[in-house]
Design a protein around this ligand. Structure first.
Ligand code: HEC
Length: 149
């Protein structure tokens, strides 16, 4: 009879260890994370993926906006680094619509105040696409975030 007791205990232990291993295997696997999605500001170089868009944005900015705008300083037009956090510009599409037809937003007090301050209306860019403005604003906010004070 003694032998049966040992056999039952052995089977019991075996079952418990199998369950333990299964549970560990389920919860202990390291998830595969694309390192490019793991970028945290200030820790490493930013993801290479955005480079294309950013460089396109930079050249568009230099070609069409830099004569009046700097990222950090007010020139003929306002510094652009605050635009990303400005609740008036809900998204880049609104900026694009404004650039295509600056008069379209002229009725808003925010724009009226800007015009008073900068003593000018905006040049129209009738051909500028949503994508181009997106890339310009990506470049602007990227460089604004990277600045080391
Ligand atoms: C000829 C000068 C000039 C050029 C070129 C120019 N801007 Fe402007 N920009 C201004 C002025 C002046 C204002 C102030 C608002 C106004 O007058 O409508 C302004 C305002 C803005 C604003 C709103 C800023 C804020 O603080 O809310 C954005 C965004 C902007 N410009 C983006 C651009 C982009 C992007 C380009 C290039 C595609 C560009 N601008 C080219 C003169 C210019």
């Amino acid at each position: 009879m003694q032998q049966y007791k040992y056999i039952f205990r052995a089977i019991g232990l075996l079952i418990v260890s199998i369950i333990t291993v299964k549970v560990f295997a389920k919860y202990a696997t390291v998830p595969l994370v694309d390192y490019q999605e793991e970028w945290v500001c200030g820790t490493e170089d930013p993801p290479a993926l955005s480079d294309d868009l950013r460089w396109k944005g930079k050249s568009s900015f230099q070609r069409q906006c830099q004569s009046c705008h700097s990222i950090f300083k007010d020139l003929t037009g306002p510094a652009l680094f605050t635009v990303g956090d400005n609740p008036f510009w809900i998204d880049n599409k609104k900026i694009a619509a404004y650039l295509r037809n600056p008069k379209s937003l002229g009725k808003y007090n925010y724009i009226k105040e800007l015009r008073k301050k900068f003593d000018s209306g905006h040049t129209a860019f009738p051909e500028i696409s949503d994508e181009e403005v997106e890339s310009i604003m990506n470049y602007v906010s990227f460089d604004a975030n990277r600045r080391v004070y």
